[in-house]
Design a protein around this ligand. Structure first.
Ligand SMILES: Cc1cc2nc3c(=O)[nH]c(=O)nc-3n(C[C@H](O)[C@H](O)[C@H](O)COP(=O)(O)OP(=O)(O)OC[C@H]3O[C@@H](n4cnc5c(N)ncnc54)[C@H](O)[C@@H]3O)c2cc1C
Length: 407
């Protein structure tokens, strides 16, 4: 077989560690190796950079473009794995004030905004504005939100406390907001309660049952179930409230005449193929099958299954249904504390954290990246420092500047 990988980016991104990039622990190279380098020993594989704009199911052709260069790639079999993107539930203007954490760009912007907020607080003379700079709000208390809030708390209360002369970084407020009644709602109630207790212990304020109604430069308005609203003053807001399957899913579903679920995912056949198109497979975060969640392990296993199905079809073998092997769920709350659920076994604390470190290290692509990551984890988790604190004007202010020019 000949394999062509088409991606709009030149890197393969390990999203579970984006929050560590955003808080200065890891660099982008460590979690995002070049796709061509990952595949350099696979001689039958070609890599094309380009945004897929059209999938022609009848002609068996993919159209992708990069700048003004358009490429048409024919296929015999196709695997669509375009993942998901952050959703603001119809309030797309929120992105300007509360970037999410889905790409390298996002993580660099969030890093820029966090470290910039401390710098601004140091030079600000108005105590009200200074307090706004020292207040950080994370919207969404799933794994990403919890990990983000925990890391900002560690930065403020530990890493940065000796770096500034005028402000006391330990006075920073880190607020975690969610519309649901508990944090980490995908985990068991006990794991969720333990994570919440630890978050409070490290100085994170948890505000549950609140929906975000509006966001601006200076803060955000939240409203509870009774319609009571309040305005929280905070210059730095981070959105970790939800994802929706790639828009490529809607395009593919329309072309194939199949339904999308509420998350924009395509309902596939038992072997991950597109209904009526047995040569096309939809896997990972774009796939709706047996209620499986949008997590890395589902993506890995379904991708592998689709590849095997293609090989089987070459030998005229019958399709095989995809069976998911659940390897567990975990979230790191802070340095030395994580919650993990593997089958019926639940653990929280240092053991959970060691498990978390091990699993994430194993899934990171590339030996060099693993070594570099262990080195930076040692700096951060043993010494308390952060090796990746570079922020640039473009990263910090680029999106806002662009939006204002557009307006
Ligand atoms: C911040 C964060 C933390 C996470 N933490 C965890 C965790 O701890 N554990 C866990 O199991 N899961 C976690 N996940 C979820 C996990 O990362 C995803 O489930 C997994 O990456 C999905 O894999 P995928 O291949 O379907 O999509 P992705 O990994 O998103 O890959 C999609 C690829 O398609 C490309 N693409 C998209 N659209 C186009 C287009 N039109 N043209 C060309 N290329 C395109 C993208 O550039 C990307 O390379 C996390 C996700 C995020 C965002």
């Amino acid at each position: 077989v000949e394999v062509t990988v088409i991606d709009r980016h030149t890197h393969h991104l390990f999203q579970p560690l984006l929050y560590q990039m955003a808080t200065g622990i890891l660099s982008e190279g460590e979690i995002a190796p070049a796709i061509r380098d990952v595949l350099r020993h696979q001689a039958n594989t070609n890599v094309i950079m380009g945004e897929v704009t059209d999938i022609n199911l009848r002609a068996h052709e993919i159209t992708s473009s990069a700048l003004d260069c358009e490429v048409v790639t024919p296929y015999d079999s196709l695997i669509v794995a375009a993942g998901a993107e952050s959703t603001y539930f119809g309030n797309d203007s929120f992105v300007e004030f509360a970037p999410s954490l889905k790409s390298i760009d996002d993580a660099l912007e969030v890093r820029g905004r966090i470290f910039n907020a401390f710098e601004m607080a140091e030079i600000e003379t108005d105590p009200v504005i200074q307090a706004e700079y020292l207040t950080f709000v994370v919207v969404g208390a799933g794994a990403t939100g919890v990990e983000m809030a925990g890391q900002i708390a560690e930065l403020a209360h530990y890493t940065l406390r000796s770096n500034f002369r005028k402000i006391d970084t330990t006075s920073a407020r880190i607020i975690l907001v969610d519309g649901l009644p508990r944090v980490l709602s995908a985990l068991h109630e006990r794991s969720s309660a333990k994570a919440a207790a630890h978050l409070r212990h490290i100085g994170v304020e948890i505000e549950l049952g609140l929906m975000v109604r509006a966001i601006d430069d200076n803060g955000l308005e939240v409203v509870d179930a009774d319609g009571e609203s309040k305005y929280v003053r905070a210059r730095t807001k981070i959105w970790a409230a939800g994802v929706r399957a790639s828009p490529l899913g809607a395009q593919l579903a329309a072309a194939a005449g199949v339904e999308l679920d509420r998350g924009g995912r395509i309902a596939v056949e038992a072997n991950c193929s597109l209904p009526k198109y047995p040569e096309v497979f939809v896997v990972g975060d774009m796939m709706s099958l047996q209620g499986l969640p949008g997590v890395a392990e589902v993506a890995l296993q379904s991708g592998r299954h689709a590849a095997k199905e293609i090989v089987r079809s070459l030998h005229a073998h019958q399709p095989r249904p995809f069976r998911y092997h659940d390897l567990g769920t975990m979230a790191s709350v802070s340095k030395s504390y994580a919650v993990a659920e593997i089958g019926r076994v639940r653990t929280a604390g240092f053991v959970g954290w060691l498990l978390w470190l091990f699993v994430h290290l194993m899934f990171l692509t590339g030996f060099k990246n693993r070594v570099a990551t262990v080195f930076h984890w040692t700096i951060s988790f043993v010494g308390g420092g952060r090796a990746q604190r570079v922020i640039t004007t473009h990263q910090t202010h680029g999106r806002k500047a662009l939006r204002r020019i557009e307006k």
